[in-house]
Ligand binder design. Structure first.
Ligand code: F6P
Length: 368
């Protein structure tokens, strides 16, 4: 019997509530107590009953279809520093929590992995300071932690999909369908900026699903002249063939091969100046993140939550902390440490302009 806590962290994503519901109910079903850490890592740093709350079966009623995250989330600066993590460690032990499930994106799960790695020294420091008893030290020596991947960006290595990505993609496609109608009416061009941080998945998939004219993503940059020439050739050809509308999708993290950000306004200026197109910019913003989850995300979140509870009950001090992933349509456990390592390597490869490596790492399983 364990006391299992769940938290959501980083940017909210549709399906996070479904994940919390699944964890709470699967934990109770297995005879454990379930807790919610409110406001992400902020709740761990603050501690106490306002931030670490026991959850009943009924507390999560209705969560399956609700967007956002009802237990709150935050991007917590304090948890990035050791003193913040030390407080988090103390508060978990005080609340008697012996397993933690974190639902978040790459940043949040990197934080989870760091917390896991540091746990032995944190708990030792608490013991040395007299903040916890020797008995507490023995009971909580190992942090039983597990990640479920919630983010609209779909930017975590070793999983095919993150909770929320397909809902966001659906929202983007619907918005572009709306834009299509007005673009077609006025024979206009639209530059649509989509989220995704340093990952181009949302832009790429939305571009394919809406048959957009051109897509700019961070993983496949070219020189400034390169993308401008290519875009103008393609758009010009489509127009010459009689197409009345033009849609260019720009990932918010799009860059040139010199790592210079490409903005939607810059793309607009090129379309206006070189092709003479009447062009508007639409930044979809947080509309992409809100609203209810599509059926796929509800299922993914539920399956991941159930598996996360199983995993924290099975993990021993000798098995690596897992991340619950979906791979070729199967829910699987991956080592959290590996997933974080690969995700970081992608960012490093982009920073060092090794774009081919970045692309191949996004698909790969293990870091050499
Ligand atoms: O990580 C999710 C995400 O929506 C990114 O796509 C985006 O860059 C960022 O969060 C926006 O963050 P905020 O909501 O803090 O403005």
């Amino acid at each position: 019997r364990r006391n299992i806590a769940v938290m959501t962290s980083g940017g909210d994503a549709p399906g996070m509530n479904a994940n919390v519901r699944a964890v709470v109910r699967a934990a109770i079903f297995r005879g454990c107590k379930a807790f919610a850490i409110m406001e992400g890592y902020e709740g761990l740093v603050r501690g106490g009953p306002d931030y670490i709350k026991e959850m009943t079966w009924h507390d999560v009623r209705g969560y399956l279809s609700e967007g956002g995250t009802n237990i709150g989330t935050a991007r917590c600066k304090e948890f990035r520093e050791r003193p913040g993590r030390l407080l988090g460690c103390k508060h978990l032990i005080e609340a008697g929590i012996d397993a933690l499930i974190v639902c978040g994106g790459d940043g949040s799960l990197t934080g989870a992995d760091l917390f896991r790695a540091e746990w032995p020294s944190l708990i030792q420091e608490l013991k040395d300071n007299g903040d916890i008893t020797a008995q507490q030290y023995d009971t909580y020596k190992h942090l039983n932690i597990c990640g479920t991947v919630g983010s609209i960006d779909n930017d975590m290595a070793t999983t095919d999909a993150t909770i929320g990505a397909y809902s966001s993609l659906d929202r983007i496609c619907k918005a572009i369908d709306y834009i299509d109608a007005t673009a077609n009416s006025h024979s206009r061009a639209f530059v649509v900026e989509v989220m995704g941080r340093h990952c181009g998945w949302l832009a790429l998939m939305a571009g394919i699903a809406t048959s957009s004219d051109y897509i700019l993503i961070p993983e496949k940059p070219s020189s400034s002249k390169g993308w401008q020439d290519q875009m103008c050739t393609i758009v010009g050809k489509h127009r010459a063939e009689g197409k009345r509308k033009t849609i260019v999708i720009v990932a918010e993290g799009a860059i040139t091969s010199d790592l210079i950000p490409i903005t939607a306004n810059e793309v607009k200026d090129v379309l206006v100046e070189r092709l003479g197109l009447d062009t508007r910019v639409t930044t979809l913003g947080h509309v992409q993140r809100g609203g209810t989850a599509v059926a796929y995300d509800r299922m993914l979140a539920t399956l991941q939550g159930v598996e996360a509870v199983k995993a924290v009950l099975e993990v021993t001090p000798d098995t690596p902390s897992p991340l619950i992933a979906i791979e070729e349509n199967k829910i699987v456990r991956k080592p959290l440490v590996e997933a974080v390592k690969i995700t970081k390597s992608v960012a490093a490869a982009i920073e060092s302009k090794d774009f081919e490596r970045a692309m191949s790492l996004r698909d790969s399983e293990f870091v050499e």
